[in-house]
Design a protein around this ligand. Structure first.
Ligand SMILES: [Zn+2]
Ligand SMILES: [Zn+2]
Length: 136
């Protein structure tokens, strides 16, 4: 079975998801397990941890899960298969969990972000401030 859906993602710890995530999944039965493979693409909007500028990042998640329908949410709400209720997959929940687990630890506007000056608070990416010159 193929699932192709746009799933809105709930905001999380100051991060927002302006567009619904694009979810493309293939569901297969293997033995007694439900095998879920596919991809999730989302855009995350947040603040650079260092300079506080707005950051937009695209997020690509490869999904590869083996879920056990006999341990779904109805049996074990906190188990690995908690996106299942019986044999039914909660695509929105799976997308939410997958996207959150793929988020970078600290969002940075760029690899070389120089952050804010600890003295005057100026954004060092846009130029040197005077206190940096006197300090070094
Ligand atoms: Zn930055
Ligand atoms: Zn400064």
């Amino acid at each position: 079975m193929l699932v192709s859906d746009d799933v809105p993602i709930e905001p999380f710890e100051g991060l927002a998801f302006p567009n619904p995530a694009r979810v493309e999944l293939e569901l297969r039965q293997a033995d007694r397990m439900l095998v879920v493979t596919g991809t999730i693409d989302a855009r995350v909007h947040g603040q650079c941890d260092a300079c506080l500028e707005g950051v937009d990042r695209s997020l690509h998640v490869d999904v590869s899960e083996r879920l056990d329908p006999s341990h779904g949410r109805d049996v074990d709400p906190f188990g690995e298969s908690n996106v299942l209720t019986g044999e039914r997959l909660d695509v929105a929940d799976l997308a939410q969990q997958s996207v959150l687990s793929a988020l970078p630890m600290g969002l940075r506007c760029s690899e070389g972000c120089r952050g804010l000056c600890p003295l005057c608070g100026a954004n060092r990416n846009t130029g040197e401030c005077t206190c940096e010159r006197t300090a070094s």
